[in-house]
Write a new protein. Structure first.
Length: 273
């Protein structure tokens, strides 16, 4: 209860995490495979070069590589972060197989899944990192969102941060890149707001979307519409927005009866979330 700042993020002592791989067929959604890990799993990303491979990030600071074609796993474990590994993302730009992870140890790390250790570590955030997302347009470029109230943009070919945006006066739990504009990002924060940022002019947001009543946990741009996005929150709702409209809130979905912690939009089916 209380303010939106005091929602629990961590449940110590719960111990185990499970990766569930689901398949959709005529019968509906069925469990294809499930894998257990000895600590909570916070994020997951599919490989962009092998349909059977995915990577999870865990409360023990490690990343796990899994193969859905195998019954046991993981194939490999990378243990370098010294605190919770809260986010992981596989680059979607062609010609590079790079993974970025973000941790509560305030660092982001760059990985090549074929190499047994991180390629480099990005330091600069002064708070925990909640979200690390690759640009879908610019090779080697990723964004990170942090409890230090900043959104940062990094270039793997250059040391140090490329851009620091003081995006909210609250912890930022999520960020995403627009799929149709390489300069546009969105942030979602504990202040219940979503803000759009144009990297060419970071003095003020391009849009602010208000409606959530508790911290926004995840925000995603649509793969099909340039101005459409979806967000979910500790207020139990999923909301759909079109920031180009005078009344941007399109829909509020109240199906969940608990904190809504994650969402994504299907690349194959326009209407599926």
């Amino acid at each position: 209860g209380g303010t939106s700042c005091d929602v629990l993020f961590y449940f110590p002592g719960l111990g185990c995490g499970t990766l569930a791989v689901l398949e959709q067929n005529e019968a509906g959604i069925v469990l294809l495979r499930s894998f257990d890990w000895n600590d909570g799993l916070f994020d997951v990303t599919w490989s962009e070069n092998n349909e059977h491979v995915l990577i999870t990030s865990s409360g023990d600071g490690s990343l796990q590589i899994w193969d859905t074609a195998k019954t046991k796993g993981p194939l490999q474990v990378y243990k370098e972060h010294t605190q919770e590994a809260y986010s992981v993302d596989w680059s979607q730009t062609r010609g590079e197989q790079l993974v970025v992870s973000g941790s509560w140890d305030q660092t982001a790390k760059l990985w090549d899944p074929a190499v047994g250790k991180s390629l480099c570590t990005f330091k600069g955030h002064e708070g925990v990192i909640y979200s690390t997302i690759w640009s879908p347009h610019i090779p080697g470029c990723f964004a990170s969102a942090s409890g230090d109230q900043t959104l940062r943009v990094w270039d793997v070919k250059a040391p140090g941060v490329k851009l620091v945006i003081p995006a909210h006066q609250a912890e930022i739990l999520s960020c995403d890149w627009c799929k149709y504009d390489e300069n546009l990002l969105v942030t979602g924060a504990v202040d219940c707001s979503l803000k759009g940022w144009d990297l060419r002019n970071i003095r003020q947001p391009v849009f602010i979307l208000l409606g959530h009543t508790y911290a926004i946990r995840r925000v995603k741009f649509s793969p099909f519409h340039a101005t459409l996005l979806a967000s979910c929150s500790y207020d139990f709702t999923v909301r759909f927005w079109d920031f180009s409209k005078p009344n941007p809130l399109l829909e509020t979905v109240e199906h969940h009866t608990e904190f809504t912690c994650g969402l994504d939009l299907s690349l194959h089916n326009r209407g599926q979330v």
